[in-house]
Design a protein around this ligand. Structure first.
Ligand SMILES: [Zn+2]
Length: 418
């Protein structure tokens, strides 16, 4: 089984809109009350309250105050408690890793993102149109809502989130699409690395090189968004109408860019996945990529918001999104996805020909081996190291010298996923 999200816009009538806002408010109040309960419990006992304990409080509350039971569906209220539980889990994770923690906050109605439903049929039902284009959402207590949009692929409806953003309503569906099958025309093996000059550099086992550039529109969209961000930060009065409008323009630009990138990544990864039966890459450490902007508790970063925003945009979302879509599609063609242990293998420091290690700084764009004389552009050399490791194209002697484990066979790989 495999799940995918599909987003639809919702078009409530004015009466439905008022009812939706009432529902949103009841979830917001529940969220804030549960946060208060957690803080109280911590002050009084020094212990943190669990999700299960809060679900028990909810049961009592629903029994003793009927207005809570009438306000919303029980499992949907539990999902709101779960949302708070996740906020706390993320908080504790940040404390542990030494990042600036940011305690979960009380949320105003305007900042409250929405509410969720579990089992399909329990207080809600989505009926898709032909080919999953548009549809209707039936919510108990609210009625039939018109939904516009289209799922990339249909499936069994599992869960949903009703989201409220910038005055608009959205439905995010979780669909179980089973294990889809995808056609593959090639059976080559390839490995790739993230480039500095190019987006991605790959090599295949026949020696072909795959260069993928950033799409031309990336830079102009980045510049456009940076410009809009500056407009927002120049508006000092946080409550002014102009600032609110600028924030809306920025949010719209972010959304448009994100959709365009997702579409691009889907198309490019589909092309690659149709050609290769084995794809190898380094493990991706997302935490390392974002850490630089946020800083740590002891050394908070400067201009965190802007930097984190840009980092997220430029560094993170692109490779992480691309990798996860690529992996998904390789598995759908019954291909093999292999992740190399970066720390032991050190692909960017190693010679793909003789396996010797040689320190390189990030500015060294070429690999030149002092031992065997092999010369190759840096990103290609790194990809070739990963590929050779994935295919086991090195002798035991070379591995013994470097102290890494061979990927034993293609079917019992230690770092195989899926
Ligand atoms: Zn060498």
């Amino acid at each position: 089984m495999q799940c995918r999200k599909a987003t639809y816009s919702l078009y409530p009538t004015p009466k439905q809109e008022a009812a939706l806002l009432g529902l949103l408010r009841s979830h917001q109040q529940l969220y804030n009350a549960a946060l208060e309960e957690r803080i109280d419990c911590w002050r009084k006992t020094g212990k943190s309250l669990s999700y299960a304990a809060q679900c028990r409080s909810l049961t009592v509350l629903r029994r003793e105050c009927p207005e809570w039971a009438e306000a919303a569906n029980c499992s949907s209220q539990q999902m709101t408690l779960r949302r708070l539980d996740k906020a706390f889990a993320a908080f504790f994770r940040r404390v542990k890793s030494g990042q600036a923690p940011g305690f979960p906050r009380f949320k105003s109605l305007a900042r409250f993102p929405g509410f969720s439903f579990k089992a399909h049929g329990d207080g809600w039902r989505f009926t898709p149109g032909i080919d999953w284009r548009h549809g209707t959402l039936k919510l108990s207590g609210i009625g039939q809502l018109r939904a516009r949009g289209q799922a990339r692929q249909g499936g069994e409806v599992r869960a949903s989130d009703v989201l409220h953003r910038d005055g608009r309503w959205y439905l995010s569906l979780t669909l179980d699409i089973g294990m889809p099958q995808r056609e593959r025309t090639g059976d080559a093996a390839m490995a790739f690395d993230w480039g500095v000059e190019t987006f991605l550099t790959g090599v295949d086992h026949a020696g072909e090189v795959i260069h993928m550039d950033n799409p031309r529109w990336w830079q102009s969209e980045k510049d456009y968004i940076t410009g809009l961000q500056q407009v927002v930060s120049r508006k000092r009065n946080k409550r002014s109408n102009r600032r609110r409008k600028a924030v809306q323009r920025l949010a719209a630009a972010h959304g448009k860019t994100a959709r365009r990138r997702l579409d691009w990544a889907h198309k490019e990864t589909a092309k690659l996945a149709s050609l290769f039966a084995l794809v190898a890459t380094e493990e991706l450490h997302i935490a390392n990529m974002t850490r630089s902007a946020a800083g740590t508790v002891d050394e908070p970063g400067k201009n965190v918001a802007q930097k984190a925003g840009l980092n997220r945009e430029i560094l993170d979302t692109a490779p992480a999104l691309f990798t996860s879509l690529f992996r998904q599609k390789v598995l759908e063609t019954a291909g093999e996805w292999v992740e190399a242990p970066t720390r032991q293998l050190k692909p960017s420091q190693r010679c793909p020909a003789c396996w010797a290690l040689a320190k390189k700084s990030l500015s060294d764009r070429t690999h030149e081996c002092s031992r065997c004389g092999h010369t190759e552009p840096r990103d290609m050399a790194a990809a070739r190291v990963v590929l050779n490791w994935a295919l086991g194209l090195h002798t035991g002697q070379e591995l013994a010298e470097t102290g890494i484990n061979a990927r034993e066979t293609l079917s019992s790989a230690p770092h195989r996923l899926g």
